[in-house]
Design a protein around this ligand. Structure first.
Ligand code: ATP
Ligand code: MG
Length: 275
């Protein structure tokens, strides 16, 4: 069964798409079968994966409103070596059209059930809002990865996001949990960044990923070549950090699975841990 993670933060321009694209490429390099779902009408993750959003015959929009099959709509990112369910501006219409659908918040979840067995990871890139599209992402996912810049207002936005995740957990999806917070565009020379980073570790403990993604211009240049930064310049600092992040995420997922299995183990079952 695929692990489905949504990359979300309602703040704009914090590195959601850069994280989704490069994490997908990193997981693929670590041998994981990965699907990237672009749930943002901006279509930046689609373009950044080398798929032209202007020439799409079908997109995630048709899948959500039931006009297209997810398998037929999925494309392959040659550079990234992962599958992509692409998006373009048509998707903005889904917000309005889905309102008339029953169970409108689980349209993506239902579509992903059909391909669940084909992937190890599904990563969903969200728009910078807590809209019906983002809600579809939250309802489909096992967990949320929150990229954030270590700035003053970042913490303020974070409490809104955490409250929204709690509401979704209570009302729609009891599987949903915060997998972790990823510090992105980090510049170690900025004192405020270090202070906010320390505060994050204090509040969220080991929910903060060890890997810190630096500000690195190669990551910003890569999308204009239709490539993940990790492929565009594999030796850059940014690419290496995302590769490390992929490994850390795989490790974290294994740890969460092991903890869940242990919690489910009946009391009378012998404990097989080495002593
Ligand atoms: P939106 O909310 O509009 O969807 P986003 O949260 O997806 O934005 P990105 O598009 O990933 O954010 O990043 C915003 C800008 O910052 C882009 O121009 C991107 O190339 C740049 N950027 C992202 N990460 C880095 C980095 N580590 N170093 C330098 N530039 C970066
Ligand atoms: Mg984006």
């Amino acid at each position: 069964m695929a692990k489905i993670f949504v990359i979300a933060n309602q703040k704009g321009g914090v590195g959601k798409t850069t994280t989704t694209v490069n994490l997908a490429a990193a997981l693929a390099r670590h041998g994981q079968r990965t699907l990237l779902v672009d749930l943002d009408p901006q279509g930046n993750a689609t373009m950044g994966s080398g798929i032209d959003k202007r020439t799409l015959k079908r997109s995630v929009y048709q899948v959500l409103i039931g006009l297209s099959d997810i398998v037929e709509t999925t494309q392959w990112s040659e550079g990234g070596r992962y599958a992509v369910l692409p998006a373009n501006r048509e998707l903005a219409g889904a917000e309005v059209e889905l309102v008339d659908f029953e169970e409108r918040e689980t349209r993506l979840k239902d579509a992903l059930k059909l391909v669940d067995a084909q992937y190890d990871f599904v990563l969903i890139d969200c728009p910078p809002s807590l809209s019906l599209l983002t809600l579809n992402g939250f309802c489909a996912a096992h967990g949320v990865i929150i990229p954030m810049q270590c700035e003053y207002f970042a913490l303020e936005g974070l409490s809104d996001l955490v409250n929204t995740i709690k509401k979704v957990h209570a009302n729609f999806n009891t599987d949903l949990q915060i997998i972790g917070l990823l510090r992105v565009m980090f510049d170690p020379r900025v004192t405020l960044g270090q202070q906010v980073s320390a505060q994050l570790e204090q509040h969220f403990g080991d929910k903060v990923f060890r890997t810190v993604n630096p500000r690195n211009v190669r990551l910003a240049e890569a999308p204009s070549y239709g490539l993940p930064g990790l492929v565009f310049d594999p030796h850059s600092k940014g690419a290496r950090a995302y590769l490390d992040f992929g490994a850390e995420l795989i490790e974290r997922v294994r740890a969460i699975d092991a903890a869940q299995r242990a919690a489910r183990r009946p009391i009378h079952e012998p404990d097989d841990r080495p002593r």
